[in-house]
Design a protein around this ligand. Structure first.
Ligand SMILES: *Cc1c(COP(=O)(O)O)cnc(C)c1O
Length: 495
């Protein structure tokens, strides 16, 4: 049976998986959601004997039902190969009573690689399946990590171009260097004089602009999205939750069927939504612990039922989580509204117009699976320092937000359930904040010097992704205002 995808804002929209991958966002502004979440059709025991690639096939085939076995296996093979520096792809590390699921062993040392190494293959396969002749233009807004991972994934992929917008002063120096040194004739990078939310709104506006779409089509182009709203990003992210559970089972850390908790450092709500989908597929997950930094919109939402983006936007040491509009939350809102597109659309309209909406008590009751909390900058730094002093294991700032929130959860609930903390970036990506947390460093020291020091104290080699950009040439220097994003796109495409 074919699994179809509906829009969260219009019940009349029904598309296949490959069409949803191709479109990214529905024309009504809604997100594509599977009409029902499929159940795992292999046992946990069987999964515990599988490689990452085999697990990926077992999970993804249930969602991408219009892909042939050969097509899907081809995409998986091309994605999860030696671009990752470990055969395990996503290793689990035990430290201080929790399991850290390291999702940073790909090309750009952040978890975005997990999905963005496969998305280009899912997208070009989808284009072929749907007889698309246009060249695909990927538009992406990034809070830091998506941009580089998308650039790395799409660079020189035939039939595609990629344009990335990032907040000029809102990413770490290493993140910026990673992006502006990107090679590939089909890649474009633009720093905008604003924050991530403005970049994301600008991209969303271009996707929704029908005149612009016509103009593009006239030149043989069409837009698609690599942002975490694309179902082709979400589905590959479900895989590592299933894999993590299966590894714990294989190692005898848990019994077959035993529930675990997961703690996820959250920004756009994509990663934790994937965990929620995994739970709904039948994976024994008890609590989904949603960790925010000082931009704690989600914490307030889970505690009060009101989503309110009308607040100061803070720049923190975990920039990939500096977000006030968590786009993927819409998929959860739609679901707890009883898959009611009209109801969801009304909430999203209020969010767009007033910056705030409040869910009903009925909907609130369906959020029992979630626990939300946040970590201050000080708590985040303390967590990095203490864990390092205690165990020698060094966390990046995003993962430290999660570890800090997990401690709060444990103190409040005394819950002893075994817990996987999702580790979303290598500490080498945020060396200054990490090193400052352990022991204050002088501003004189450069980021690469700090990487060498981190390597010494953590007894971990400087990752290849950092070595590569040390001396790489800057290839992208375009900057613009948020209001000029469309002009930048037209210029790149020669329209
Ligand atoms: C993107 C990102 C996050 C947030 O993930 P979402 O899916 O947007 O919630 C957390 N940590 C790092 C390092 C990231 O790159």
């Amino acid at each position: 049976m074919e699994l179809m995808y509906a829009s969260t804002r219009d019940t009349n929209v029904k598309v296949t998986a490959s069409q949803a991958v191709l479109k990214g966002l529905s024309e009504d502004g809604g997100l594509f959601v599977p009409e029902k979440i499929p159940a795992l059709d292999v046992s946990l025991k069987e999964l515990s004997g599988m490689t990452y690639q085999e697990t990926a096939y077992a999970v993804m085939k249930l969602f991408l039902t219009d892909f042939t076995e050969e097509e899907l296996k081809g995409c998986i093979r091309a994605a999860y190969d030696s671009k990752f520096d470990t055969e395990e792809i996503a290793p689990l590390v035990s430290a201080d009573g929790a399991y850290y699921l390291e999702l940073f062993h790909g090309a750009t040392i952040a978890f975005k690689d997990m999905a963005l190494s496969i998305l280009p293959h899912l997208l070009t396969t989808s284009a072929k399946k749907n007889h698309v002749k246009n060249e695909i233009v990927i538009l992406t807004a990034t809070s830091g990590d998506t941009g580089k991972a998308a650039l790395a994934g799409f660079a020189d992929v035939a039939g595609t171009k990629i344009i990335v917008f990032y907040p000029k002063n809102g990413v770490s120096p290493i993140q910026e260097k990673q992006m502006v040194t990107q090679k590939g004739a089909n890649t474009h990078v633009v720093g905008i004089h604003s924050n991530f939310d403005e970049a994301q709104s600008g991209v969303k506006q271009m996707f929704a602009d029908k005149d612009l779409a016509r103009e593009l089509a006239g030149h043989g182009y069409q837009f698609s999205s690599a942002n975490s709203i694309n179902i082709g990003r979400l589905v590959p992210q479900i895989v590592y939750y299933v894999y993590a559970y299966a590894r714990l089972l294989a190692k005898g850390e848990i019994q077959d069927g035993e529930s675990i908790n997961v703690t996820v450092p959250t920004g756009n709500f994509g990663n934790i939504l994937a965990a929620y989908y995994a739970k709904n597929m039948g994976l024994p997950i008890a609590k989904l612990i949603c960790a925010s930094n000082e931009n704690k919109v989600l914490y307030d939402f889970f505690t009060t039922g009101a989503y309110n983006k009308n607040r100061e936007f803070l720049l923190t040491s975990s920039p990939s989580m500096d977000i006030l509009i968590s786009s993927n939350l819409e998929r959860l809102i739609y679901r707890i509204a009883g898959n009611d597109a009209a109801k969801n659309a009304a909430f999203m309209k209020r969010l767009a117009e007033e910056g705030v909406y409040e869910i009903t008590p009925d909907m609130m009751a369906k959020l029992d699976d979630f626990y939300g909390n946040y970590a201050s900058e000080q708590e985040t730094a303390d967590t990095i320092r203490k864990l390092y002093k205690h165990t020698g294991y060094v966390l990046d700032t995003h993962t430290a937000v999660a570890a800090s929130v997990y401690r709060k959860y444990q103190e409040q609930t005394k819950d002893q359930t075994k817990t996987v903390i999702v580790s979303t970036a290598s500490p080498f990506k945020f060396t200054r904040s990490v090193m400052n947390a352990i022991d204050p460093v002088s501003n004189e020291k450069g980021d690469f010097e700090l990487a060498d020091e981190l390597s010494k104290i953590a007894k971990v080699k400087v990752p290849q992704a950092i070595e590569e950009i040390r001396s790489a040439k800057v290839l992208h220097q375009t900057e613009c205002e948020a209001s000029q994003m469309q002009d930048a796109v037209k210029k790149f495409l020669g329209l």
